[in-house]
Design a protein around this ligand. Structure first.
Ligand code: UDP
Ligand code: MG
Length: 320
């Protein structure tokens, strides 16, 4: 077999002091077995990205690095940049020093044992391997319902994402180079990676419960994530507004004709209720449509400013 390749794991961490000791331990074991099987090289690393945590996350990462500098590395972001930006910060930092990179959440919800299959697929020639959830038995009904609704809604709205795939995936350094060419500020990696193309495949795993701590994605963040995903990848909502406008116009012409006939026929009503109803309906619709257009205008605003997507304060890594 060819020489084993260098695998870097990128793990975004926001207030994850409760899970990091366990996550690092399990990753270390996994790496040792992979190195033992000759699947990855000894220079492979795990890079924790501290996304502006308020707890001891960064101290723990530093300790890990000190105790095992050949294995654990860390990136400290200057402020909380958000999950997607933290993942990108990690990927862009390692893209030139690894052969492949896997992104994984810190909370052990993604099954570490899937890594073997991902790496094997890489050797079979896949440049992107998506981790796809086969079951959601451990999620609460609410999480399951909202999360699956999210994928379906995204599809209806024209943003094509891999169903039930979160950000657990392997990418080759070749794909990472191309990802680096994407300049957008509003990141939605699940939509961006399929756009890059190359040969890809899915591996299936069962998603576990969070090992410890609580979700950093409450409903509010999840909603804004969905809106961001849709407005970054599709102009379908704008087209829907146009259709809505057409339908309303036709309806109002019909109403006009009806009003005219009623007037001529002499059976017109005092007409207060119908007038009020239409004012409220049309007013509400207009506000909704303005809001949707506003979402896009706001997005253009942040894209035009092109502010840095993340700021790296520190990178601890022992390069061999
Ligand atoms: N995360 C992050 N920055 C944030 C929020 C979350 O880096 O602002 C990380 C978090 O530490 C975890 C991953 O993103 O490793 C996914 O978050 P979480 O598990 O809370 O989301 P859920 O699985 O509940 O959707
Ligand atoms: Mg999680």
């Amino acid at each position: 077999m060819e020489d084993p390749k260098k695998l870097y794991m990128v793990v975004p961490c926001y207030n994850e002091e409760e899970v990091l000791p366990e996550t690092s331990k399990r990753l270390k074991e996994k790496y040792q077995s992979l190195i033992g099987r000759g699947l990855i090289s000894k220079e492979s690393r795990v890079v924790f990205v501290n996304d502006g945590s308020k707890d001891k996350t960064w101290q723990i990462i530093c300790q890990l690095h000190e105790s095992d500098p050949d294995f654990f590395s860390g990136i400290d972001l200057a402020h909380n940049a958000g999950h997607q930006n933290a993942v990108l910060a990690g990927l862009m930092t390692v893209k030139d020093i690894c052969d492949m990179a896997i992104t994984m959440d810190a909370d052990l919800q993604d099954d570490i044992n899937t890594i073997d299959a991902m790496v094997e697929r890489f050797y079979e020639g896949d440049q992107v391997v998506y981790g796809v959830r086969s079951a959601r038995d451990t999620d609460t009904f609410f999480k399951k319902f909202t999360a699956e609704g999210f994928y379906k809604f995204m599809k209806v709205m024209g943003a094509d994402v891999v169903y039930n795939h979160a950000d657990f995936r392997l990418m080759s350094s070749r794909v990472l180079q191309e990802l680096g060419e994407f300049r957008e500020v509003n990141l939605f990696l699940r939509g961006m990676v399929p756009l890059i193309g190359f040969k890809s495949s899915n591996v299936y795993y069962e998603r576990a419960e969070r090992f410890a701590g609580e979700s950093k994605y409450p409903l509010k963040k999840m909603l804004s994530f969905a809106i961001n995903g849709i407005t970054s990848f599709s102009t379908k909502p704008l087209k829907l507004i146009t259709s809505l406008g057409c339908i309303m116009s036709v309806l109002s012409i019909v109403a006009l004709i009806w009003a005219f006939i009623a007037k001529i026929g002499g059976f017109s009503e005092p007409g207060w209720s119908s007038t009020m109803c239409s004012i409220w309906l049309v007013g509400g619709l207009q506000l909704l449509c303005l809001g949707i257009i506003g979402e896009y205008v706001g997005k253009i605003y942040s894209e035009v400013k092109a502010r840095p997507r993340y700021i790296i304060a520190d990178f601890i890594n022992k390069e061999k």
